[in-house]
Ligand binder design. Sequence first.
Ligand SMILES: NC(=O)c1ccc[n+]([C@@H]2O[C@H](COP(=O)([O-])OP(=O)(O)OC[C@H]3O[C@@H](n4cnc5c(N)ncnc54)[C@H](O)[C@@H]3O)[C@@H](O)[C@H]2O)c1
Length: 327
Amino acid sequence: MSSEAQLRVGQVGLGYWGRNLARVFDDVADLTWLCDTSEALRTEFANRHPNAQITGDFEELLAADDVDAVVIATPVPTHYPLARASLEAGLHVFVEKPPAMRVAEMEELIALAEARGLVLMPGHLLLYHPAVQKMKELVDDGDLGEVLVVYGNRQNLGKIRKDENALWSLGVHDLSVILYLIGEEIAEAAAHGHAFLTEGVEDVVFCYLRFPSGKIAHMHLSWLDPHKMRRLTVVGRDKMAVFDDMELDRKITVYDKAPEQPADNYGEWRTRSGDIFSPKLSNAEPLKLECQHFVRLVQEGWDGREMRDGLEVVRALELLTASLRSD
Ligand SMILES: NC(=O)c1ccc[n+]([C@@H]2O[C@H](COP(=O)([O-])OP(=O)(O)OC[C@H]3O[C@@H](n4cnc5c(N)ncnc54)[C@H](O)[C@@H]3O)[C@@H](O)[C@H]2O)c1
């Protein structure tokens, strides 16, 4: 395959998020098939994408001879069976996060993709956000000094969900970024939360993670909160950085603040507070960058990093869910 336009994509799931994916894949690839069990959505998308074939039967899409890759944007419990069927049909897969609800299932998908030489990319959108890429650069270049703590705040009043809790609905975003920034496997995971509105569905969840190097992370996830917060803070030994996705043009702020122990201070700690600056970021659309990345992996080959990172997110979700259930 020599150009992006030649990757032929079939997409299943045309709901709230699927319509965004279809818009972008129509731009960066050749969207040949669309599939949804909803007849109303099929009619709407037939008008919007007259060149694509439309079906309510996923098997028909899998059997088509003009599909190279499948994009899956259906509800989470359906990801694993649809991704498995797609890989078994010899097709590359882009699947919304998380690709599976259990580690064993995710491992099975990875084994299938590896055995058949296919791409399996989970849709961890935030990893393609220019602000997250900048945070990674700050961490990896040592600008912040040794990273000590990373914590995420993802709170709002709503959207109240009844089928997945705050950890699965909101936490998956922060987990993908925290694991990406820290780059270590989890040594310890604990979660506490409570279901106030719907039995068994935690509306408020607090998570704690510890890593082998001693770094720790925390997530406050809630749809019962007066503040809309989409914020990630990295505390380094030398500087601290905050990614605030609610800010329009100051998404990242780097604080030259840190504790220090001057030689003339008899071992006492004091704090230093220097400049505060905000690096310039590209305003490229994260979703477009994510979809282009998938097309590039299929066209240029890959080493499987994205699916192994996806496995770590599923592992974290499994560990945190077990802790939450034993709470
Ligand atoms: N990356 C992000 O920021 C982001 C944001 C929102 C949602 N999502 C993810 O996108 C996925 C879809 O979420 P949504 O909010 O669009 O849900 P949705 O309910 O609005 O849409 C899901 C669609 O899938 C269809 N569907 C379900 N099972 C099907 C099947 N077997 N065959 C064909 N069609 C089927 C439904 O009819 C529905 O139209 C979820 O995995 C969600 O986690 C990601």
